[in-house]
Design a protein around this ligand. Sequence first.
Ligand SMILES: [Fe+2]
Length: 275
Amino acid sequence: MAEASARFVLEEGENFDLFVVSGDVATIGTKESIAAAFNFIDDKRVHEYLNSQWRPTLGADEERFFLVPGNHDRYRDIFGGTASPEFDRAFTKYWRPTHGVQHRVIQDGDSHLAVVAGDFCLATDDEASGLNRLGRGKAHAEVVDEMISRTANLRGKYSDLIAIWVVHFPPIGLPWKESPLVLIDADYFRSQAKRYGVALVLAGHLHRNQVDLSPNQTPVICGGSMCVCEGTDHNWIHGIEIECEGGEVREVRKNDFVWNDNVGDFVGTSFSRIL
Ligand SMILES: [Fe+2]
């Protein structure tokens, strides 16, 4: 799966402005696990999509890779102790937040698209109880407020700016059996996204391909997992096209490239309108 992902990024890379990685790049936040994830992203290509050790790599493209950490990247141990510092130490090329937030601006003609990412991983173990903390994140008010002020600053700089927010934990309602995965204070986050005119929220975490178009809310696109080797859903890479004009989103199209065992590759269909 990792090889096919690396091959996809090499072959399709020129067609995309930005690769958004929505977190959980490592299994847990130990030095070894984080190093394996970092090498997968940051090793140089030597043999096509393989590094000098003939292992797959996404090719070390810090200009076009945009990351946010997930709960797995912060686990201190296999019991879900949180706030491991290893992701921050290792990923400084890709994750340079101020107050838990980083951003990137993409320009195309007169249009500017701001991609603003916030870190909602638990800051301390007592933010969620016991094993229930394993899948939890929290929309910390100070991080949300920084996303708001960052977006406002960029709007001051670019009059036609369109804003997208990226978080690991989707701020959506989930069925009862998935309550251990619910983002704490999600309502606050989503209400602020709506209030400040955010066009789209991108998220991960659930390992499934899902779009939430709840009325009067900012749409949420939840990405499936690219490389996970078990789970209830397939492996996915999602292509998203955002058509903008004069600071307005005209249309959002999505093409879901899904792992196909028979083909041995991620196979898409076409970019279809979702918004
Ligand atoms: Fe996660």
